[in-house]
Write a protein that binds this ligand. Structure first.
Ligand code: CAA
Length: 417
């Protein structure tokens, strides 16, 4: 039995309780704030405390998605956590999430990794699991959770952030239906961004990573465009919105231009004034209205693409239902995927369940001294038999948190304030 309709049925975001204003960081680093705010497109970035690790962020996002869309944990038959920031070389984040969400023992659970592509890899595996009929009516929970960490005083510092997006995938999706036939894949071995097993911080060749991202976009587009019947689905003029991996907001602008260039079959120069105007108008219509959450949360690596998608879906009105969107994921190293999907009938009635602005408004603004203290404290948070971590130290609200490592085992617990 094959299932033809597969897509996103529910969605939720969870991020850290604190953030840093980009203007504050710029002043502290002796940089013109316009570089971070206009040059990179970021107004703020989420800062996780030592108690908020990939596991705790993923649990909170998964919990919200199930609760807000009234899905019982027993309906979930597959759990995939996509992350660049796993907490163990062997044991997947998914096992901790599985326990805390009370999922059934006959639920398959995995961690998917390919830098920022990990969440999308989990999503496509979940969609294939459902499409082949092996889910037998059950749903998949896919969580993209990460802590983007480059370190203090690095060029990547203003492109940090943290957070998790949970997606429930089903054969009767309330939000978005994926097109199973038109998709593009791309893989090439490059050293644009990586994190050796011994390092808490990512290494990156920043400008090269941007070039690799754009080349991967063109490659994935060419693969999608080669599929039968692609001509009806792929052209940008027929798309209501285009979503891209968003390590920083300006990157989506560069991506949209390259997306058009792939379609034009050539790169644009200053001499192409009319076409550049067309690209700029298209960016204003199809991309920039949905980057509000990314601008204030920062980079959440594998979830950042879905943060833009969520911004769109929370604002969707009835006239957009049935329209097509493109979804481009990039993971350094590198790999990419380009998918197409249609806004589900009735999606507009679910916008209120998706809106994370209330949660974001409760975040506490850090000053740079506090931010730097948190970054330093995080460095020793995984020490074996170190001091137990206390969520009250960081003024955290109720939730499940990482409490330190004892006898080489990570400890998690519910904190009720
Ligand atoms: N006012 C306005 N704009 C200004 C400005 C000012 N005073 N000063 C500089 N700018 C602009 C620049 O013109 C530039 O914009 P354009 O790219 O449109 O020209 C922008 O601000 C950034 O300036 P620089 O390129 O000079 O900045 P930088 O060299 O310090 O580094 C960066 C930028 C490469 C993104 C760096 O932050 C970095 O290495 N980040 C991490 C790597 C990354 O995010 N790569 C993205 C692709 S890889 C990926 O996506 C995977 C992933 O998630 C990591």
């Amino acid at each position: 039995m094959t299932v033809r309709t597969v897509g996103i049925d529910a969605m939720a975001f969870h991020g850290p309780a604190h953030y840093l204003d980009m203007a504050d960081l710029a002043v502290a680093r002796g940089v013109d704030p316009a570089k971070y705010i206009e040059g990179l497109g970021q107004t703020a970035m989420a800062v996780p405390t030592p108690c908020e690790d990939t596991v705790s962020l993923a649990i909170a996002a998964g919990d919200k998605a199930l609760a807000r869309f009234e899905i019982d944990p027993s309906e979930i038959g597959m759990l995939a956590v996509g992350t660049e920031t796993g907490v163990d070389h062997s044991k997947p984040v998914a096992t901790y999430v599985h326990e805390h969400l009370g999922l059934a023992t006959n639920c398959r659970s995995v961690e998917t990794k390919h830098a920022c592509l990990g969440g999308s890899a989990g999503l496509t595996a979940a969609m294939d699991w459902i499409a082949t009929g092996r889910a037998r009516g059950r749903k998949a929970l896919v969580i993209a959770a990460d802590i983007a960490r480059y370190g203090l005083h690095t060029p990547g510092e203003p492109t940090q952030g943290a957070g998790a997006i949970a997606l429930v995938v089903s054969e009767s999706p309330r939000l978005l239906e994926y097109n199973p036939d038109i998709y593009g894949d791309y893989t090439r071995q490059v050293m644009d961004f990586w994190r050796p097993l011994y390092s808490r911080y990512a290494f990156t060749d920043g400008h090269y990573s941007i070039a690799c991202y754009l080349e991967a976009l063109a490659g994935a587009w060419a693969d999608a465009a080669s599929k039968p019947n692609a001509a009806r689905q792929v052209p940008i003029a027929g798309l209501d919105a285009c979503f891209y991996h968003v390590p920083f907001v300006k990157m989506a602008k560069k991506a949209h231009r390259r997306h058009w260039e792939a379609e034009f079959g050539r790169t644009l120069s200053m001499d192409d004034a009319a076409l550049l105007e067309q690209v700029a108008a298209s960016f204003a219509e199809r991309v920039s209205p949905w980057l509000e959450l990314n601008a204030t949360v920062g980079n959440i690596y594998t979830g950042s693409l879905f943060l833009a998608l969520m911004d769109y879906l929370r604002k969707v009105e009835e006239d957009r239902e049935g329209r097509t969107v493109s979804v481009f994921a990039y993971g350094s190293g590198c790999g990419a995927s380009l998918l197409f999907a249609r806004v589900a009938r009735g999606a507009a009635t679910h916008g209120h369940r998706l809106d994370p602005r209330q949660d974001l408004s409760l975040r506490r603004r850090l000053d740079v001294t506090e931010y730097e203290a948190i970054m330093r404290a995080s460095e020793s948070a995984d020490a074996n038999n170190g001091q137990a971590l206390d969520p009250s130290t960081w003024r955290l609200g109720a939730g499940v948190y990482y409490l330190g490592t004892q006898e080489h085992m990570r400890q998690y617990g519910q904190y009720d304030r």
